[in-house]
Design a binder for this molecule. Sequence first.
Ligand code: AMP
Length: 283
Amino acid sequence: MHVLVTPAEMQAWSVQQHRAGRRVGFVPTMGALHDGHLALVACAREHADVVVVSIFVNPLQFDVRADFDLYPRPIDDDLAQCAAAGVDAVYAPTAAAMYPPGFQSSVEPGALGEHWEGAHRPGHFRGVTTVVAKLFGAVTPDVAVFGQKDAQQLAIVRQMATDLDIGVNIVALPTVREPDGLALSSRNRRLTPADRTAARCIHRGLTAALAAFDAGERSPGQLHHLVEQCIVSEPAARLEYVGVVNGRNFAPLHDPIALDDAPLVVVAAWFGEVRLIDNMPLG
Ligand code: AMP
């Protein structure tokens, strides 16, 4: 497995692969890898001849300094997991290599980034689009795999790839969950045991909304209320937002929800100092 640490090294490796007629699959991550990431790697392998995983905790997309500082960085374990998963190259640049003195350009997300994560984490999506554009520039992938766990990010990256004519095929994978429903996340390892148990309330709320929707409930307000109740009735949880949204444009849905609204429930909640997000497509 090759470990590449500068954009130039990464580009040179990808040029070699393309010259040899190989399709390059790409999984961008911030490391602290878990089975959700590994599912993306397996998917990339199906769509390409060689797979690149990037590991970069991107300072531009953190709106809270402590979250960036405390983000787990178990690089040796990550490299071992990548090797065991048959990854061909890991791209693990330093922040200095990504953002050298004089760096000043960014990619501005549009209306898709206005609500939810965009509204609650100022600058977050500009950081995401900028780093993903840079990673695409270095890796030059044929296909890149993203998780629906970060549904709004996925929609924004797809839009960016279309708008900026980046010739990459974006593939999405459903959220991988723990047996009790908690979405796998690198931040889960920062939960105390009590908060880990409390965090089940997110999935309880989302599945309550899904069951109500399946039973015919079409009021966004009612679905919102169901999710909210599950989370606020958990004393260890601090709800940040619940949204019942159109999964294509992330605008809030109006009553009654229509069949072609691609309804999606999005949630952010805090457990101690750890902020978790999740979502559930309805229908
Ligand atoms: P991260 O390392 O958290 O920035 O995530 C890197 C990629 O993994 C993103 O495309 C995420 O959407 C995806 N991802 C994170 N958690 C999960 C999960 N539980 N299931 C599927 N994909 C995930």
